[in-house]
Design a protein around this ligand. Structure first.
Ligand SMILES: Cc1cc2nc3c(=O)[nH]c(=O)nc-3n(C[C@H](O)[C@H](O)[C@H](O)COP(=O)(O)OP(=O)(O)OC[C@H]3O[C@@H](n4cnc5c(N)ncnc54)[C@H](O)[C@@H]3O)c2cc1C
Length: 432
């Protein structure tokens, strides 16, 4: 098995080579903050940027180094989509709410592009578009139907690609056509996180790593928060832990389903081969329930490939092999390519497949982006920061506000039901 790995193989995210994890400059936990933020990914840093800009003393803590969670280890695909489609949502919530929910996620996509541009964050952000590939003729027929019956006002700019023209988007024997979505984008997730981190420090946030929150107690005024580095009193607390939500916030833990997502990077390859595999340099995903997602690295020299190849595996050396085999089904041309990096992380899912944000007397949260967190976490973190800072612009309604954040009886954060669900989806993907 070892001969699939390059000599310089790392069981860590490829992105960390270019952007090593930041070393916290603050060593002492202050004993008071106006706002304490738990989690230093996109949600936490974007919230903190707003609260600090509004003059609130903001402390952001993370159990690991800053950005250690999903925000420095994702695929860098920027989509602005929620999982359920308009039709499904309108059956449950009616036309107006369904429209607003889909539109809010699109707002997030517009927002992140503008934000990165205005802030001048160097993170290889590109409106490259997505190719969503059909894994069967039936799924392509479904894409054709859906493309011609999009809800009025929610049409996505893009075009269909027939199987005969597949080579314009991807050099793969695996697919049967697909859909190009023009608005989707790509970025380098760790560079984006570093840009946020730098700006959070400049705006006055204190970001403290290796400081795990173990309990949060409500007081008559504010909160008493116990961490691995001591106690801190906070006027308001923001929970920004998504797929890493743990026992410090049991109410949230009962509502988040952590699902492992796995990625690998190939060794450096001939850029001409990469251009042949993905000619338009788009981000790519496919129509399977157990989705795979892939793209070229920003320097155009590697394939970065992700998917859900295991239920429980946390050792990226072991996940690399099945993930590589999945990659070879799509790109047999990569049979000789060695794997240089393999890693995984926990994506925060929810029972209704929607992100949730809310507040309960000074305790705020935003989480559960269901695999689309690059722009949703950023945008909802920003909006949550506005709410915590009680800014006038925070009063504009966020479509996700007030959605019931569901749990299930006996669920405590350990998703025992994943194995049968994944097996069911594997069969469904084969039949569909
Ligand atoms: C392999 C992989 C690929 C992905 N690809 C994509 C993609 O291409 N596009 C996309 O849109 N999304 C993708 N995602 C999802 C996306 O990265 C996340 O939704 C997003 O980064 C969530 O940001 P966050 O700030 O809410 O949480 P995170 O970035 O996960 O941060 C949560 C932080 O909370 C900290 N924490 C937890 N508990 C405590 C505690 N008690 N005390 C202190 N700190 C605590 C953790 O250490 C962690 O750093 C992917 C995720 C993974 C794992």
């Amino acid at each position: 098995m070892n001969d699939i790995f390059s000599d310089d193989f790392k069981d860590a995210p490829y992105w960390w080579d270019g952007t090593p994890r930041p070393i916290s400059t603050v060593t002492l936990l202050p004993d008071q903050a106006d706002v304490l933020i738990v989690g230093s990914g996109y949600t936490g840093l974007n919230a903190g940027l707003v609260t600090a800009h509004n003059g609130l003393k903001t402390v952001i803590v993370d159990a690991e180094t800053a950005g250690w969670g999903c925000s420095s280890r994702n695929g860098g695909q920027v989509s602005g989509e929620i999982k359920p489609g308009y039709t499904q949502l309108s059956r449950k919530y009616g036309h107006d709410r369904a429209y607003a929910l889909v539109q809010e996620a699109r707002n997030a996509l517009d927002w992140i592009g503008e934000f990165i541009g205005t802030e001048g964050i160097a993170c290889d952000f590109r409106r490259c578009g997505r190719f969503h590939a059909a894994h069967s003729p039936r799924q392509f027929a479904r894409q054709v139907h859906e493309f011609h019956h999009q809800a009025k006002g929610l049409e996505r700019p893009g075009h269909l690609v027939e199987k005969t023209d597949l080579g314009t988007e991807i050099d793969s024997p695996f697919y049967h056509g697909g859909l190009v979505i023009d608005s989707h984008a790509s970025l380098d997730p760790a560079r984006y996180h570093q840009g946020l981190y730098d700006r959070a420090l400049t705006s006055g946030c204190q970001v403290i790593g290796n400081c795990k929150v173990t309990s949060i107690k409500r007081k008559s005024e504010g909160f008493d928060v116990i961490t691995g580095q001591g106690r801190i009193r906070a006027g308001k607390v923001i929970i920004a832990t998504s797929g890493y939500t743990g026992s410090a916030t049991p109410w949230h833990q009962r509502r988040i389903i952590p699902i492992g997502s796995y990625m690998l990077a190939t060794e450096t390859l001939d850029p001409a081969l990469i251009r042949q595999l993905i000619p338009n340099d788009r981000v790519i995903s496919d129509t399977r329930k157990l989705v795979v997602y892939f793209r070229a690295s920003p320097d155009g020299r590697r394939i970065l490939f992700g998917g859900r190849v295991s239920v429980k595996e946390t050792d990226p050396v072991r996940s690399a092999s099945p993930l590589r085999l999945e990659m070879l089904r799509i790109f047999p041309q990569l049979a000789e390519a060695k794997i240089s990096h393999s890693w995984m992380g926990f994506v925060g899912y929810t029972f209704d497949n929607l992100p949730h944000l809310g507040e309960d007397h000074g305790l705020y949260y935003a989480m559960g982006y269901c695999g689309s967190g690059v722009c949703l976490a950023s945008y909802f973190g920003h909006r949550l920061g506005q709410q915590a800072a009680a800014r006038p612009d925070s009063e504009s309604e966020i479509a996700m506000n007030g959605l019931r954040f569901q749990t299930r009886p006996l669920y405590r954060g350990n998703p025992w039901f994943l194995a049968p669900t994944i097996r069911y989806y594997q069969i469904k993907d084969r039949l569909n």
